[in-house]
Design a protein around this ligand. Sequence first.
Ligand code: ZN
Length: 320
Amino acid sequence: MQFIYNKIFLKHEESKHPECPERLAYFNKDLKETKLENGEKYLNLVYNKGHIKLIEEHSKKELHLDEDTYANKYSYEAACCAAAASILAAKENNFALVRPPGHHATANKAMGFCLFNNIAIAVQNLVNRGKKVLIVDFDGHHGNGTQDIFYNSDKVLYLSTHQYPAYPGTGWLEEFGEGKGKGFTINIPMPPYTGDDSFLEILNELIPIVKKQFDPDVVAASAGFDAHHSDPLLQLNLTTNTFYETGRLLTKNFKNIFACLEGGYNLDFLHKNILDLVNGINKKPPQFPEQTTTSDIDVKNDFNIRIKLLKENLRNYWKL
Ligand SMILES: [Zn+2]
């Protein structure tokens, strides 16, 4: 897995916003730019014309889409290139280092720092080519947009780990999908202060089950890093080790893996978490190991109650 990167992703910015160009500063020093096509033509995989126009207009006029989702005059171009980078990442099993992020954007609403849903665009493109896709969304927030877009699909299994309660308020255990999509949404809502131990335990248990019973052609990682203990927006307690181990787990189970950058707002740790996820996927040693964290007893108890409920529900759809 290699990085797909372009300087256009630095031009989407607003002063003092946590989703800032400095998030990619480390990579900007070292990485060669990838030539990207204009991704505008891919937007209609998920969006209708009216919605695309609305985002373009907001960008032209530098207007907010909601309280915390900004657009400047470069945002539309950056968002189109993010879509193109994600399509390319899926083609080459690479990591699209994109901004703005995508997983909160639904098919008709830009929100939560996200304009267009990059991973959903890339995944829909794969589905249209007859592929079955597992999305593993380990951003610390629930990817409500991605869940919503594929909620009725049995071709896409959306699996999310996230803090709950937290923004955007969705992602509880009972959200399982609808119609044909029933059982193809799996939410693992973690209490604040969940540590490496609980996170890896449930992921290590579920991934082989999903591999065996869903057997995806492609795995799409919605790669956010705000579940790290240093992150200013959330209270989860994961270390860089967990992102490394997640990479290893995915590569042990699946052949075709690509990733799109979502959140992660601590500027000292973001690049370390990204690099060690990719080291895990590439079967290389970790570069930034930390002291592993464990959930304290109250957190662990709460986590285990949730997992028990999750499994009871999951048994309606999968053999556990
Ligand atoms: Zn996030």
